[in-house]
Design a protein around this ligand. Structure first.
Ligand SMILES: C[S@@+](CC[C@H](N)C(=O)[O-])C[C@H]1O[C@@H](n2cnc3c(N)ncnc32)[C@H](O)[C@@H]1O
Length: 949
C-alpha cells in the first residue's frame, strides 16, 4: 500500500482513523466490516470465518469481537499478521494452490460460514494493471469461497468499480441468492471501492470453471444491465444473465466504451444542470481510464460541439496554447471565470452558466463562424437556458409562495401574541374602579354575556339579579318575592336615575357578584379542605383585632367579633358558609349575636334588633341558593345565556371564558382560580398555603392541623367541625347591620367556660404561634397593656364603611388588609426551640426498644444477684474465691466481659523473622508486618467512622 499525504485526500487521517486508534483496531478498515456487519449481521451467527488478505488484522479483530466465543477464525495475507487471540493466521498468496492447501489444513473438515476479502493489490503500478489485479483477486477469493463456504454462507468482498464490476456482480448472482453492493460510511468517498455482500450461498454441486476464470468473466458485458449496483440480484434473471456474456462475447470493447461514454455524457449534462445533486448510479470507470482527474483545453471547450458535457466530465479547463492564453486577456475573462475553470467539480449552476456565457462571448469575439455560432448558440439557448429558467421560475414561485405562507403564519402568530398581551394587560390593569370602562371597552355583553331579554328587563327598570331570575324561574313563593321586593325597589330607584351605561355596569357588577358567589359555593361544596383553610385563613387575619365592623359586607362581618383576651379570640360561627352567602353584602355578624345565638340567647339579641324576621328570611335564601345549583330555571325571554348556564354550572365555568379571564385577575389570586373548579384543587390548596405561609410562621400545618394552628384556630376549628356537621345551624343566624351603640354588647362575649377551655389549652400546649408568643411577651414585659392591645384591635379597621362594595372586593380586602401584629425574634426563637425539643423526643418505637433493653438488663442483674448470693452462701469457698466469683458473675451481668484482644506484634527489629513468642509479649499475640498493621488500623478507623454516620 502506498504512502499518502496524511492531511489530504485518501491519506487524510479522518475520524475512523482516530476511532480505530482509540478502540485499538489495527486498521481503520475495521470500521468497514463493523458497518457491514451492522447492516447485514454477518458475524453474530458465524462459527467459522476466513479472512483473505487480512493484514494487518483489523477485520480479524472485528470478527473475533462479534463472532460467538470459540469460533474458528483464519486469516491469510501476503504480509505476516501479528498474532491475535483466538485467531489463526498464516502468510500466503491467495492466488496460489498452496494457500488453498493451508486453508484446508487450518480448517480441518469445517466449512466456513463467512469468507471475507478486503484485498487490494499493492498500488504504485499503472491503474489499469491495478484494476485487473484487483478483479483477479476478487475472483480468486470467490473461488476459495466456493470451496470453503457452507451452503447458505456469506461472502463479502471489496470491488473496484470499473467495467468489470458488472461482470463480477453477474457471477456473484449465479452463486448466491442475495447479492448487494454497498459503500459503508467508513469507506472514503474518493475511493472507487465498493463492497459486495453475497449471502445465501447456493453451493452448486458443480461450478463451471469459466465462472471463476478471469479470461471468461472479464469479457465485455456491454449488453448486461448496467444498474445492478445497489439492488439485490434477481436469481430468476440468472439464466438470462448466464446467456448474456456468451451472447456478447463477440462484441467489441469499443462498443462498451461508446455506451459508457454516452452514459458518461448524460451524466455530465446532469452534472452541469444539477450539480448539487449526487448521482446515485455511477457507471464506473471507462475502459482504459481509471483516473479520477481529467483536464480539457479551453479550445475544446470554446470550439467543441458539446461544451456542456465537457464541463460536466472534466475537472479543469486549461489555457495552454497562445490562442487560449489570449482569451485569458479578454475583458470577458473575469477572475471568477478563471477560478471556475480551475476546478469544475466544485461549481454550482450559476457558475456553469457564467462559463457558458463566457464561451459565447469568446466565440463572438474571436470571429468564429458567426452563423454556425449563432445556430449553435441558439441550439444551446434552446437546450440549456429554458431549462434553467423554467426551473428558476418554478423555484422562485415556490419560494415566493412559501415566503408568503411563512409571512402569513408569522402575522397570525404576531396577532395572537398581541391579543394575548392585550388581554394580559387588561387583566393586570383591571381594578374595581376601572371595571366600568374596562368592561365597556371589552363589551360588557361579551364578557358577561347578558341576554337581550335581561338587558331589556333592566332597561324597563326591572333590574333583576341573577338570583331573582332564578327565583322567578323556579316559581318562588309570594313571601319570598315580598322579601326581595325591597331590594328590587332600591335598585329601581338607582336605575331610574342612572344612565344606560351605568345600568349596564350595575348589571355587570351584579353578574360578577353572582358569579363570584357561585364560584365560592362550588368551591366550598367541592372542597371541604378549602373550608378549613378559609377558616384558618380568617384566623390568621386576626379577626380578633378587627373589632366590630359596622354595616360591613365582607365575610368578616359574619364573624363573631368582640372582646378578645389578646391571644385567644372568641368562638365564631358560620365562617365558611358566610363566605358563600349573599348575606354578606347585607350586613355584618355581631359577635354578641353569634355567641349568644350559640348559647341559645337569640331572643335577647333579637330584642335589640329591629329586623326580627331576619332569621326567617335566612332559610328562604338558603333554599334559593340550593335551587340555583340543582333546579333548572325556566327559560327567560331572550334566552339569556346566563340563565341557561346556571342549569349546568360546571359547564358554564368551562364555557365562560370571560368569567375565567375575570377571575384570573391578580385580585383573585389568593382565593384560587377558576381552574380549581375543574378539579385542580390541589394546586389551589398549595396557593392558599403559600399565602398562609406569608402571613404567619406556621409550618407543617398539613401534618397536624391541631398542633400547628393557633390557639384560637383550634377553638375555631372545633366550631367549624360543628358547622360542617350541620350547616343548617347557620341559618339560625341573620346578619344585621351593626349600630354604633351595639359595640357595647360585643364585650359580652366573654364566656367563663370558653375562658376555661382556652386556659386549659394554653396550659397544655402553650402559645402556639409567633404572634401569640410575641403578644404574650410584650404583655409580660409590660411593653404594652392588655387594654392597649384591645384598643389597637378594635380601632384599627372598624372605621370603614364598606357598603356597596362587591363581595369579592371585600373578601379580598379582608384577606390582605389586616392588622400587622408584631412578631419578635425572641418569640420565633422560643417557638423554634420548643419545636426542636419536640423533634428531639425519641419516637415511640425507639423509646419502647430502649425500655425493653433496660428491662432485660434489670432482669439480668436480678438473676446475677441471686447467683452471687448463692456463691456467698457456698461453704467450700474461701472469701477471696467468693469475691472473685461474685465479681465475675456481676461483671457478666453488667456486660463487662470483654474478649481479650490479640496483641499485634510488628515483625521488625528484633522481632524480624523470629519463630515463636516474641520477647516481653504475654497472652495472645499475632505477628504482622508494618504494612499489615497500618491496614488493620485503617480498617478500624473506617469502621469507626461508619458507625458514627
Ligand atoms: C486493505 S489491506 C487489508 C486490510 C484488512 N482487511 C484489515 O482490516 O486489516 C489489503 C491487504 O491485501 C493483501 N494482499 C494483496 N494481494 C494479496 C494476495 N495476492 N494474497 C494475499 N494478500 C494479498 C495486502 O498484503 C494487504 O495487506
Amino acid at each position: 500500500m502506498g504512502k499518502h499525504d496524511k492531511k489530504t485526500g485518501k491519506g487524510r487521517l479522518d475520524k475512523f482513523y482516530k476511532l480505530a486508534k482509540e478502540q485499538g483496531y489495527r486498521a481503520r478498515s475495521a470500521f468497514k466490516l463493523i458497518h457491514l456487519n451492522r447492516k447485514y449481521d454477518l458475524l453474530s451467527k458465524a462459527r467459522c470465518a476466513i479472512d483473505l488478505c487480512a493484514a494487518p488484522g483489523g477485520w480479524l479483530q472485528v470478527a473475533e469481537k462479534y463472532m460467538p466465543k470459540g469460533s474458528l477464525i483464519v486469516g491469510v495475507d501476503l504480509n505476516a499478521i501479528k498474532p491475535l487471540p483466538h485467531v489463526t493466521t498464516f502468510v500466503s498468496d491467495i492466488t496460489t494452490p498452496q494457500c488453498r492447501q493451508l486453508l484446508r489444513t487450518h480448517l480441518h473438515d469445517w466449512k466456513a460460514d463467512l469468507v471475507m476479502h478486503d484485498g487490494a493489490p499493492n498500488v504504485g503500478s499503472a491503474w489499469v494493471q491495478d484494476a485487473f489485479t484487483q478483479n483477479e483477486l476478487v475472483l480468486q477469493s470467490l473461488k476459495l469461497a466456493t470451496e470453503f463456504l457452507v451452503k447458505g454462507g456469506s461472502f463479502v468482498t471489496k470491488v473496484f468499480r470499473s467495467q468489470d464490476y458488472n461482470s463480477l456482480l453477474w457471477v456473484f448472482g449465479q452463486l448466491f441468492r442475495q447479492v448487494e453492493a454497498t459503500k459503508p460510511p467508513s469507506s472514503r468517498n474518493v475511493s472507487a471501492e465498493i463492497f459486495v455482500v453475497c449471502r445465501d450461498f447456493i453451493a452448486p454441486k458443480h461450478i463451471d470453471p469459466k465462472f471463476l476464470d478471469p479470461k471468461h468473466v472479464f469479457k465485455d458485458l456491454g449488453s448486461l444491465p448496467t444498474s445492478i449496483t445497489a439492488a439485490p440480484v434477481d436469481p430468476s434473471s440468472s439464466a438470462q444473465g448466464a446467456a448474456a456474456p456468451a451472447a456478447t462475447q463477440g462484441s467489441t470493447s469499443a462498443a462498451a466504451n461508446a455506451a459508457a461514454k454516452i452514459a458518461g455524457s448524460n451524466h455530465a449534462h446532469a452534472n452541469v444542470f444539477m450539480p448539487e445533486k449526487k448521482r446515485r448510479h455511477r457507471e464506473g470507470y471507462a475502459e482504459g481510464d481509471y483516473t479520477l482527474f481529467h483536464a480539457a483545453s479551453a479550445e475544446d471547450f470554446v470550439k467543441g460541439t458539446d461544451p456542456v458535457s465537457l464541463l460536466g466530465m472534466m475537472n479543469k479547463i486549461e489555457f495552454v496554447s497562445d490562442e487560449e492564453k489570449s482569451w485569458l486577456k479578454s475583458r470577458h475573462t473575469t477572475p471568477d471565470v478563471v477560478a471556475n475553470f480551475a476546478d469544475l467539480k466544485v461549481l454550482g449552476k450559476g457558475d456553469f452558466k457564467l462559463l457558458m456565457k463566457w464561451r459565447l462571448a469568446i466565440r463572438l469575439e474571436s470571429g468564429l463562424d458567426v452563423k454556425a455560432d449563432q445556430h449553435q448558440d441558439v441550439t444551446e439557448e434552446v437546450t440549456v437556458e429554458p431549462m434553467d429558467e423554467e426551473e428558476q421560475i418554478s423555484e422562485e414561485l415556490k419560494r415566493l409562495s412559501e415566503a408568503k405562507h411563512a409571512k402569513q403564519r408569522q402575522d397570525r402568530k404576531r396577532a395572537n401574541e398581541k391579543k394575548a398581551r392585550d388581554l394580559l394587560k387588561l387583566q393586570l390593569n383591571m381594578t374595581a374602579p376601572d371595571l366600568e370602562t374596562e368592561d365597556l371597552a371589552l363589551g360588557g355583553e361579551e364578557v358577561f354575556d347578558l341576554g337581550e331579554g335581561e338587558r331589556e328587563a333592566k332597561r324597563q327598570g326591572k333590574s333583576r339579579s341573577l338570583g331573582d331570575l332564578v327565583e322567578d324561574a323556579d316559581g318562588m313563593d309570594a313571601d319570598s318575592e315580598e322579601a326581595e321586593s325591597d331590594v328590587a325597589d332600591d335598585d329601581d330607584e338607582v336605575f331610574d336615575s342612572e344612565e344606560e351605561r351605568e345600568l349596564k355596569l350595575g348589571a355587570l357588577e351584579g353578574e360578577l357578584d353572582d358569579l363570584y358567589g357561585q364560584y365560592k359555593d362550588r368551591m366550598s361544596e367541592r372542597d371541604a379542605k378549602w373550608k378549613v383553610k378559609q377558616a384558618r385563613n380568617k384566623d390568621k387575619n386576626f379577626d380578633a383585632w378587627h373589632g366590630i365592623r359596622e354595616g360591613s359586607d365582607s365575610e368578616n362581618d359574619g364573624v363573631a367579633k368582640g372582646y378578645r383576651d389578646g391571644m385567644v379570640r372568641a368562638p365564631r360561627r358560620g365562617d365558611a358558609d358566610e363566605d358563600d352567602g349573599e348575606e354578606s353584602e347585607e350586613g355584618g355578624w355581631d359577635v354578641t349575636a353569634a355567641v349568644k345565638a350559640k348559647l341559645g340567647e337569640e331572643a335577647d339579641s333579637s330584642d335589640d334588633d329591629d329586623q326580627v324576621d331576619a332569621p326567617a328570611e335566612k332559610p328562604k335564601k338558603k333554599t334559593v341558593k340550593f335551587e340555583r345549583s340543582t333546579v333548572a330555571p325556566k327559560p327567560v325571554a331572550g334566552g339569556s345565556r346566563l340563565v341557561t348556564s346556571l342549569q349546568e354550572p360546571e359547564q358554564r365555568a368551562q364555557m365562560s371564558r370571560q368569567a375565567q379571564v375575570w377571575f384570573d385577575q391578580s385580585v383573585f389570586k389568593g382565593v384560587g382560580d377558576l381552574a380549581a373548579l375543574d378539579g385542580d384543587d390541589e394546586e389551589d390548596d398549595d396557593e392558599m398555603e403559600a399565602d398562609e405561609d406569608d402571613e404567619s410562621l406556621e409550618e407543617d400545618e398539613d401534618v397536624d392541623m391541631e398542633e400547628a394552628s393557633t390557639l384560637s384556630s383550634t377553638l375555631e376549628d372545633e366550631e367549624l367541625a360543628e358547622e360542617n356537621e350541620g350547616d343548617e345551624d347557620d341559618d339560625e343566624f341573620e346578619i344585621v347591620p351593626q349600630d354604633a351603640e351595639d359595640d357595647g354588647p360585643a364585650w359580652d362575649v366573654d364566656d367563663e367556660d370558653q375562658d376555661e377551655v382556652k386556659k386549659k389549652i394554653i396550659q397544655d400546649k402553650g402559645l402556639l404561634t409567633a404572634e401569640a408568643v410575641s403578644l404574650a411577651t410584650r404583655l409580660v414585659n409590660r411593653q404594652i397593656t392588655a387594654s392597649q392591645l384591645v384598643d389597637d384591635g378594635f380601632n384599627r379597621l372598624s372605621a370603614y364603611h364598606k357598603d356597596g362594595l362587591p363581595s369579592w372586593f371585600a373578601d379580598d380586602e379582608s384577606k390582605h388588609y389586616k392588622p400587622n401584629i408584631p412578631i419578635t425574634k425572641e418569640a420565633v426563637d422560643a417557638l423554634r426551640e420548643k419545636q426542636r425539643a419536640l423533634d428531639a423526643r425519641p419516637i415511640k418505637k425507639i423509646a419502647e426498644a430502649k425500655a425493653r433493653k433496660k428491662m432485660k438488663a434489670v432482669a439480668k442483674l436480678e438473676k446475677a444477684k441471686k447467683r452471687a448470693d448463692g456463691v456467698m452462701e457456698a461453704e467450700d469457698l474461701n472469701m477471696a474465691e467468693k469475691a472473685r466469683q461474685v465479681g465475675k458473675v456481676m461483671g457478666r451481668a453488667k456486660g463487662n466481659t470483654k474478649l481479650k484482644e490479640k496483641k499485634v506484634v510488628v515483625a521488625k527489629g528484633t522481632n524480624k523473622g523470629i519463630k515463636g513468642r516474641p520477647k516481653g509479649v504475654k497472652g495472645k499475640y499475632k505477628i504482622v508486618d508494618a504494612r499489615m498493621r497500618k491496614e488493620v488500623r485503617a480498617l478500624k478507623r473506617i469502621k469507626k467512622a461508619n458507625k458514627k454516620r
